[in-house]
Design a protein around this ligand. Sequence first.
Ligand code: CA
Length: 383
Amino acid sequence: MVHGKHAALANGNSIMKYSIIAALLVCLTLVGCAGQSDSGAVVATEPPTQQAFDWKLITTWPKNLPAIGTAPERLAVLVDEMSNGRLKIKVYGAGELAGATEVFDAVSLGTAEMGHGAAYYWVGKVPAAVAFTTLPFGMTAQEMNAWLHFGGGLELWRELYEPFNLIPMAAGNSGVQMAGWFNKEINSLDDLKGLKMRIPGIGAEVMRRAGAAAVYLPGGEIFTSLQTGVIDATEWVGPLNDRTLGLHEVAKYYYYPGWHEPSATIELIVNKEAYDSLPLDLQRIVEVAARAINQDMLDEFMAQNFIALKALLESNDVELRRLPDDVIDKLRELTEEVLAEVAAESPEAQRVFESYKSFQEEVQAWSEISEYAYYKARYESNE
Ligand code: CA
């Protein structure tokens, strides 16, 4: 018994010795190690990056709109958890702290540190910005992400926003959108004449040239405008978001494909001084969280759009229609005309469109024999 007790004590002593050696080794590997506390635990001094930040994120979306509005909420949670609470972000829906159309200026001025919206809302200030959301008949989400992150797009975007004190990041994508909701059938180009339609970006100017009266309205104003006849058609996003706004209650025909938005990149804009005030690890956390929600949003739309579409068609008086080929052909032709004119008036737009279009031409050659050929193979036999 005694022998055993001594052995246990000896064993305990050697465990203590190893613990001290291990503690010293840990201490050596830590910069600014302050030694041992009374309990024997190693205490490291706080590195200089422990400052905490409280940020505001304003959005152009109604609060918690599925996918497009929940993405910034997810970003806030991710950043909070990855930073161990050092960067707290409070998300505000459109109109809570700033109106939907005020997001760019408010973040530029530092009223809020971050904004979540879409670059094509700011074409009045920056015509070239439209390409960082989408161009009609342009790139799909996969192609767009490739251009932004591996084809020079993001660098051009950052240059474009630099004079506004803003750092942009891709932070969501809708995938292919729907052409929109119409209160009358579109059987020919004539049916577009005089049509009052809510549509943003280059698509708006294309619709004007096709004879429609295109207007821009934020998401929160679409339902009432359609209900009261201020507009007779609108595009918004796709089944998931359109159903949330209740557009099926105020329009009958649901048209595809989304020629005007083959994908839409959603942007996160960060005030430059605020971003520069962050230590490097928090800057990286913000960037990685933006990349995460950029992909997450696309995944969520893909997982939810077909469910929402099914529900729309099953329980409502909604008719799904494809735009006639001659209408699509004309819209494609008008798009080329509008893009050339915007580029002619803005050297910045010219530079950005050139990069976008040349990347699209190159990537399409691959998309044609990969994605496109596969989709065809899935449904049709080869001739
Ligand atoms: Ca849209």
